[in-house]
Design a protein around this ligand. Sequence first.
Ligand code: C5P
Length: 211
Amino acid sequence: LSVVGIIPAGGSGERLGASGPKAFAVLAGKPMLEWSLEALAGLCERIVVAVPAGFEDPPDRVRGGPSRSESVRNALAAAPEATVAVVHDAARPLVTRELVERCLSELGELEGAIAAAPVTDTVKEGEDGRVLRTLDRSRLWSVQTPQVFRADALRRALETDPGRLAAATDDASLVESAGGTVRLVEAPPENLKVTTPLDMRIAEAILGSRC
Ligand code: C5P
């Protein structure tokens, strides 16, 4: 197997209010991206990062696309040797090596294995400010990255039009639509996505408490 890490880090980070791209904002003493690179290193033969325009450094830092999925596709295209792809958002710096290992070992013969936490809030579907229905929480998962895939299944799933790629909020949904079977790997809720300045402070507190 050739396990390759794919890190979409091509976002602008506007909601963070940082001066540059989010992946390079300093978090607990190092650029946010570094935390993810450290967690994946040792488990991946190579890690390809999709970066914003102007930050390219081939062969392992390639230009991201206009959507997250297109960034993943660009990075995967730079790793034709990959048989297993470990996709992980730079925006989730709290990922641990242990979680990546568990996703890899749960992949088995399936197309995908993804980190996810059971939903703790009650979730309702609404329209125009009115509740349509209350969903059965016991069946709901809040999905994170890492998401590990057979690289060929992910390549095929990403061969779709830019509109569908832009609408996809994770890679597994594309693999599911292409008929792939994806396993849920229970992950800690603290593997949070850093979007706002408050998330940065929470992430710093958690990383600080780990040392
Ligand atoms: O915007 P969001 O927080 O959902 O982004 C998730 C991840 O996808 C981030 O790590 C971000 O850098 C990345 N991304 C990307 N290319 C884009 C948009 C987002 O690589 N065009």
